[in-house]
Design a protein around this ligand. Structure first.
Ligand code: PHE
Length: 383
């Protein structure tokens, strides 16, 4: 077979390959050309029937044609696959302007939010955050805070005690274990902790937020609740520092410059003198109004005083038991309910709902994690 005779078959093959629209048609072309019954395959078969001389003359051209067709098929296939990929990529391009599908989203619990706000406000005042264990021993929770075994104030704490006394450590019997009834044991732990750094004492400026436990339950009491403790120990600290700190902190927290505090003498075994702090509020929304708006003097008509927190100058005996010389060091401490602060600032009235884990409540009263750290104006903002 001469090369001339191949020309129509070659042309036909090139057309078939060039005109294939899509991979399916290209595959059909491959079968028609190189498949068992294909036209090029048929040409190759004719070689078998030729004389050696004829075969020598014809084989190179036929082999070359077969190679050309195979190459062309391969190239066309690659081009088609690349085009298909481009098309798919173009179709799948992300449209970033489309609204994202809604996903269930958690929220920041008001208690966590308020703790963040407190940490931020007190950070502005130079306080750091301290922590202590929720399972405490008797000594830290009571004795070291000037409440010895027989002290009547212990009875007011409705303490959850653990049934068995803890085993003796190094022959020394530790106190009874309990769930801490307040954050005040962190005062003791913090003071003792500073002695490692500086025997005899070192200045302290901390807040200690955390969970506390008392056997009590109604609309304003839950067996677990939250407090934040404040403690400042330094030289020449007096009641004026306590008053300024509380006024500054509460005005920043409630975001009200007109906040008026009333300090009343009180009693706590671990502070002397002790001061109970009330905040002035007004009832708004008519005579049956229930909305309390903080601010102004509680003595004004239509106003009242609301008890907010306990505080005082750290009792000399507490300083002593924590390794500080009371003739060289003084300090103040305060303790306030975090849940109560949250209720007052964000208008919630049933404390129990805080801990029900009801998703609807959390969606309503929770905060976006992306608004962190806080909504509070901060201390610096109001100077
Ligand atoms: N620990 C006290 C309580 O829980 C509050 C308090 C703390 C009072 C610090 C004075 C000083 O009631």
């Amino acid at each position: 077979m001469s090369t001339d005779n191949l020309e129509p078959i070659a042309r036909e093959a090139r057309n078939l390959i060039a005109n294939a629209r899509g991979l399916a048609e290209l595959e059909a072309a491959r079968v028609a050309l190189l498949g068992k019954q294909g036209s090029i395959s048929a040409l190759l078969k004719t070689l078998g029937a030729m004389s050696p001389e004829e075969r020598q003359a014809s084989a190179p051209a036929i082999q070359a044609l077969r190679q050309e067709v195979a190459d062309a098929l391969g190239q066309r296939r690659m081009a088609m696959e690349a085009a298909a990929l481009d098309e798919r990529l173009a179709a799948e391009t992300l449209d970033l302007s489309l609204p994202a599908p809604e996903r269930p989203q958690g929220s920041v619990h008001p208690v966590s939010q308020v703790m963040e706000e407190l940490a931020e406000i007190f950070a502005d005042l130079g306080f750091s955050v301290a922590t202590g264990p929720e399972i405490e021993d008797d000594w830290y929770n009571f004795s070291a805070l000037n409440m010895p075994e027989s002290h009547p104030a212990r009875a007011m704490h409705d303490t959850f005690y653990f049934p068995d006394p803890a085993p003796a450590i190094d022959g020394q019997a530790p106190g009874r274990m309990l769930l801490r009834t307040h954050t005040s044991p962190v005062q003791v732990r913090t003071m003792l902790g500073t002695l490692d750094r500086q025997p005899g004492g070192a200045p302290v400026r901390i807040i200690a937020p955390g969970r506390v436990y008392r056997s009590d339950s109604d609309a304003t009491h839950t067996p677990m609740f939250h407090q934040v403790e404040g403690l400042v120990i330094d030289r020449d600290i007096h009641l004026g520092h306590l008053k300024w700190t509380l006024q500054t902190f509460l005005a920043a927290f409630f975001e009200r410059d007109d906040l008026v505090l009333r300090l009343r003498p009180s009693y706590f075994p671990f502070t002397e003198p002790s001061v109970e702090v009330d905040v002035g509020f007004a009832l708004q929304g008519g005579p049956a109004g229930k909305v309390r708006v903080l601010g102004g003097s509680g003595d004004a008509p239509g106003h009242g005083w609301m008890e907010l927190l306990g505080s005082g100058m750290v009792n000399a005996r507490v300083l002593e038991m924590s390794g500080f010389d009371p003739n060289a060091w003084q300090g103040f401490a305060f303790g306030v309910g975090v849940d109560r602060l949250a209720m007052l600032k964000y208008g919630m009235d049933d404390l129990r709902a805080f801990f029900d884990g009801d998703g609807r409540w959390l969606r309503h009263y929770g905060f976006s994690a992306f608004d962190q750290p806080t909504l509070s104006g901060g201390v610096g903002a109001r100077r």
